[in-house]
Structure formats: structure tokens, C-alpha cells
Design a protein around this ligand. Structure first.
Ligand code: GUN
Length: 280
């Protein structure tokens, strides 16, 4: 079975639009783009297009590639203090001279729709998530949309990044999966992976996962975004793994669209939470 992320994301966006229209709140997302990286520019543009689709207002702050940490922090402070904005997304990666961790920590936790602030990561690991990072949240939505059993499932997450691997583990654990996080120092990755009922790959290596690494019938979720000969491809060698897996996400058209749908959901949530806090 091929898991259709575009279809599921489309349905989620329809739902967010309906919720926004019926809620009486007007969510507003601010994106911060630093520099001219074509990939980052494209992602930010896609996020603004999604906002328009679901009736979320969006504003864009652009800073030059030469911006200093202090200049970025000043912009974030301005957005934190602006009551018309309820979600802030700083597009990563940042230019080398900008201290990413300081920038992430400067975003007001209640506006951190990316879910990268230590407060939100802490809440996630405490089992009381507020904003879950968008990509792993989107993976959970996909698994649920296809009724894939999570409780007790042996899951292997390849990659331990802050934005995917670690929050993915917390979300799956929250749903009673048994978790293994594999990384570059893991011994016998193939043996570990072959035991898994669900594999989530976020390693960033094109066609790294081959059919001999997958248990027949396993669910394979490919978070990888790699380019091979100028062509977008995932971490999984899709053409061979699809014949072994029970279900698999393609790249493109799998997890990617879900990330943006989750961002819209988080932005809506932030707006609703703020309106609740203001009322009380
Ligand atoms: N760059 C790549 N993925 C992401 C993401 O999920 N959020 C942000 N802010 N930047 C990214």
C-alpha cells in the first residue's frame, strides 16, 4: 500500500479551514526568513500559500544573509510583542554566524508553532504536548489516517535530530509504541531495523534503506529529503522496498505535505489557546 500524504494533508487543510471559519478567531503566522537559500525560500512560500488556503493570515519577515544573532533576536522580540501574531516560524537552517539555539529559545513558547523551544520539547517528553514539531506530528496523523496500529508496535526511528527523530520518539512513546532510536553509531542497524513493525527514517541519505533491511509487511515512513542527480528522493530505496513493505510513503507526496498541514494545525491551536487565555 502506498500512503498518500497529499490526500491526507488535503483533508487536514480542509478541516483547519472549517475550524478557522467557525471559530471566530483569526490566526496569524509570522515567518522569519534569513538569507537567500532557494530551498528555504521555497518552503516559506509554500507555508504562506497553505495559510491562504486555510484562511490564516500570514506575514513575512526577511533578513539579509549577513544578519547577526542580535538582529535576529530583535526581530523575534518584535514579533513576540505583537498581539496580532500568534505563531512564529523561523525557517531553518540559519546562516552560520547566527546562533540557532539562542534564536529558537527567544521565540515565545506560546507562539512556537514549530515546537522547537525547550519548553515545548519538555512538555512533549512530559507526556503533555502543547505544540508537537510539525514533521513528527504529521507522521502520527498519517499513521492514524491509515489505521496503522501503534500500541505495542516495535518502531525503529533512524536519526536523532531535534526536529524529527527525538520528538518522533516522544510522540510514538505517548501512544505506547516500543521505541528504538538508531543513529550513526548504532551497531547492526540492519538487524535492528528488521525487527521493526514501523520504521521512520530521517537520516538524510538518499536510498540508504534497502529491501533487505525491512521486515516483510512493515510500515515504512520516509522523512528524508535528498537530491540525487538533481531529483528529489527519500532515504528509502522506494522501488525495491515497496515490494517488501506492507505500507510505504513516497517522496515526494508522503510526509512532506503533512509537515505543512501540521503547521497550520499548530497555528490554529495557538490562536485558540490565546483567545482562551484572554477570556479568563
Ligand atoms: N527547515 C526544515 N524543516 C523545518 C521545519 O520543520 N521548521 C523550520 N522552521 N525550518 C525547517
Amino acid at each position: 500500500m502506498i500512503i498518500d500524504g497529499r490526500m491526507v494533508a488535503g483533508k487536514r487543510l480542509d478541516l483547519v479551514r472549517k475550524q478557522v471559519d467557525e471559530s471566530g478567531v483569526q490566526p496569524c503566522l509570522a515567518t522569519v526568513l534569513i538569507g537567500e537559500d532557494p530551498g528555504s525560500k521555497m518552503y516559506v512560500r509554500m507555508k504562506h500559500e497553505a495559510c491562504e488556503k486555510v484562511h490564516i493570515v500570514s506575514v513575512k519577515a526577511c533578513l539579509p544573509a549577513t544578519a547577526t544573532t542580535m538582529e535576529v533576536l530583535a526581530k523575534i522580540r518584535e514579533l513576540n510583542n505583537d498581539p496580532s501574531i500568534n505563531g512564529i516560524l523561523v525557517q531553518l537552517p540559519l546562516p552560520l554566524q547566527v546562533e540557532t539555539s539562542r534564536v529558537i529559545q527567544a521565540v515565545a513558547p506560546e507562539k512556537d508553532v514549530d515546537g522547537f523551544h525547550p519548553c515545548n520539547i519538555g512538555l512533549l517528553y512530559a507526556g503533555t504536548p502543547r505544540f508537537a514539531p510539525c514533521t513528527p506530528k504529521g507522521v502520527m496523523t498519517l499513521l492514524d489516517a491509515y489505521n496503522i496500529p501503534i500500541q505495542g508496535a516495535r518502531t525503529l526511528i533512524a536519526g536523532r535530530s531535534i526536529d524529527v527523530g527525538r520528538p518522533m520518539a516522544a510522540l510514538l512513546l505517548h501512544r505506547d509504541a516500543t521505541i528504538t532510536i538508531a543513529h550513526s553509531k548504532t551497531r547492526n542497524l540492519k538487524d535492528e531495523m528488521r525487527r521493526a513493525d514501523i520504521v521512520v527514517s530521517a537520516v538524510g541519505k538518499a536510498r540508504f534503506i534497502t529491501s533487505d533491511m525491512i521486515k516483510p509487511g512493515a510500515v515504512v515512513i520516509d522523512v528524508g529529503i535528498n537530491y540525487l542527480d538533481g531529483k528529489l528522493c527519500g532515504d528509502v530505496d522506494f522501488d525495491q522496498v515497496k515490494d517488501v513493505a506492507g505500507a510505504i510513503t513516497p517522496v515526494p507526496g508522503g510526509v512532506g505535505p503533512m509537515t505543512i498541514a501540521s503547521l497550520m494545525e499548530n497555528t490554529y491551536l495557538a490562536a485558540v489557546e490565546r483567545s482562551c487565555t484572554n477570556v479568563s
